[in-house]
Design a binder for this molecule. Structure first.
Ligand SMILES: [Fe+2]
Length: 292
């Protein structure tokens, strides 16, 4: 299996704390049957993407691991104004090994309509956008048709592996499963941060998908599609996304679930959520993009 979303590189964000933890996570992933990890440090206002430091530590990890798992470099790309401009100015810089597949994270609470145009700009610059863990965003849980909009514009969808079996709360679990049933999911990934905070476990989710949707689907989400993203290969054929063209309403209804899903595995003293971009900043982005 290939894990396209993992905060393996130590000391650059809220992922692994030190070299020992990075190595422990890599070995844990290998024990799970993961042969290749895409390292995805955050690129956000809180955790700026320090390319030089990240590349140094990636090289160190490659040397220390000596082939236990393969490593690629990408980032957990937050849609801030500065990031978008940096990505447009340095085509493919933030994508997986510079080959075009870009993992995009939205603000945690609200998703402004203007972000659709930001995605379009990134796609026009050559990026293939992978929307990370939509099942976890409160704004998407309220309006899951946002995912349909992303699919229609050519975005790919990555869900958190452990969300499928409830580790991200009941709402995320229900939505992730409905997305899976609709063929609206392209990748499972761990989004692992620490050994004790969302560890790099993928096997259970693989088996879950295999039992629910068949072995071919599990292979596609954990092997075939991730391999294409790592290699920058043309996108493989996918099953028809059910309910997309006919705008079938979701069975999922967030009102059936507690408003605040429990954040299992997230220590409260460490998780503070991702702040929304300031409104003025968003307007600034808009003004700059369209020179108005
Ligand atoms: Fe992440």
């Amino acid at each position: 299996m290939i894990d396209i979303h993992q905060h393996l590189i130590y000391g650059v964000d809220d992922g692994a704390k030190d070299l020992e933890e990075s190595l422990a996570m890599a070995y844990e992933a290998a024990n799970e049957g993961i042969t290749h990890i895409v390292c995805t440090p955050h690129a956000s206002d809180r955790y700026p993407y320090k390319t030089e430091l990240i590349e140094t530590r990636l090289a160190e990890l490659r040397e220390r691991l000596d082939g236990v798992v393969g490593l690629s470099l990408a980032c957990d790309f937050h849609l801030s104004a500065d990031n978008i401009f940096a990505a447009l100015a340095n085509p493919l810089r933030y994508s997986i090994d510079g080959r075009g597949y870009l993992l995009v994270e939205f603000p945690n609470v609200s998703i402004a309509p203007q972000y659709a145009d930001a995605l379009f700009r990134l796609q026009s610059a050559g990026y293939t956008v992978i929307v990370t863990h939509p099942e976890r965003y409160p704004a998407v849980q309220v309006n899951p048709q946002l995912i349909a909009d992303w699919l229609r514009t050519g975005c790919l969808i990555q869900i958190t592996a452990c969300a499928l079996y409830g580790r991200m709360g009941p709402a995320a679990e229900a939505l992730a499963n409905e997305l899976l049933d609709r063929n609206w999911v392209h990748f499972l990934a761990t989004d692992a941060h620490r050994m004790k905070w969302r560890p790099p476990h993928l096997r259970k989710a693989y088996e879950y998908v295999s039992a629910r949707a068949g072995e071919e689907t599990a292979q596609r989400l954990c092997v075939t599609n991730p391999l294409a993203a790592v290699e920058g290969a043309p996108w493989p054929g996918q099953p028809v996304p059910l309910g997309l063209e006919n705008h079938k309403p979701f069975a999922f209804d967030v009102r059936r679930y507690p408003r605040k899903s429990p954040r299992t595995q997230l220590p409260e003293d460490e998780y503070q959520g991702w702040p929304d971009p300031p409104r003025s900043g968003l307007r600034g982005l808009w003004d700059r993009l369209f020179a108005r």
